[in-house]
Design a protein around this ligand. Structure first.
Ligand code: PEP
Ligand code: MN
Length: 270
């Protein structure tokens, strides 16, 4: 079985029969100006799916928790200006209707992969879901989490391998590239997230290339206009200036494995 295609919009789909989908944006939405700067850099390269957290799952309650609904408003306004789609996280069941109101794709975070009431809630929404793998979850648990969503009627599910916790501490997580191939073989489209896997910007490109070589149907990458000042995940965020070379390198590997990728020029609005 090869992975099925999932429509993210009438114009954009992700899956085996589709071009590689590059989703990019800041870890957290911090301001209109920050989000706008990222989207402008993406638009210049023809990238059409804007990510950004408005509700952030932070390890410490002292860390920046996100702008909440204001962050959703910023994402929507910026994405609409550039004709982009929005992917953003719903942190809890109570957030689902609000996030669904603003987002095109609802992200379920790694820490919530087995939050079953949340899976059931997004299973009843008519929006595609990006289901991140729990960083301590097996592939089987990840696929069964996807089934929980699908059983409620929503089969527009894209899986995201974002690195798992291993004995290795030199990197934030370990990108499980085999899991990408395995989950695709089970019929799901899979996106690789090299940013949360690597935890450091200099390793994001090699991790991204490995994901694409392993068959990933897309990538989710964190970028920030000033990574050193980012309110979350600055160390792993690519600066905007790195984006053109990043996209060009990904495109070369995509071509090598027979995967089309949209051109580097802006396209019609999504
Ligand atoms: C994120 O995408 O910013 C995020 C919080 O990711 P994860 O759930 O994979 O840690
Ligand atoms: Mn992040």
């Amino acid at each position: 079985m090869t992975c099925a295609d999932v429509a993210l919009s009438p114009q954009v789909a992700v899956g085996a029969g589709q071009p590689l989908v590059l989703m990019a944006g800041p870890c957290a939405v911090e301001s209109f100006a920050q989000t706008h700067a990222v989207a402008a850099a993406m638009a210049a390269l023809g990238l059409r799916v804007l990510r950004g957290g408005a509700f952030k799952p932070r390890t410490s309650p002292d860390s920046f928790q996100g702008l909440g609904e204001e962050g959703l408003r910023i994402l929507r306004a910026v994405a609409d200006e550039f004709g982009m789609l929005v992917v953003t996280e719903a942190l809890g069941v109570a957030h689902v209707p609000l996030v669904a109101q603003y987002a095109d794709i609802i992200q379920i975070g790694s820490r919530n992969m087995q939050h079953f009431p949340l899976l059931w809630a997004v299973g009843e929404v008519d929006k595609p879901v990006l289901l991140k793998r729990g960083f301590m979850s097996t592939v089987r648990e990840w696929l069964l989490a996807a089934e929980h969503i699908a059983r409620r009627g929503n089969e527009r599910i894209v899986l995201c391998e974002r690195g798992i916790r291993t004995f290795e501490t030199a990197t934030r997580n370990t990108l499980d590239v085999q899991a990408i191939a395995l989950a695709r073989a089970e019929g799901w489209p899979v996106v690789g997230d090299p940013s949360h896997a690597a935890g450091r910007a200099d390793l994001v490109l090699p991790a991204a290339l490995a994901a694409v070589a392993a068959g990933a149907d897309g990538l989710l990458v964190e970028v920030h206009p000033r990574p050193a000042q980012a309110l979350s995940d600055g160390a792993q965020s690519l600066p905007l200036e790195a984006l053109p070379d990043f996209v060009a390198a990904v495109q070369r590997v995509a071509a090598a494995v027979g995967r089309a990728m949209p051109t580097l020029t802006p396209e019609a609005p999504a």
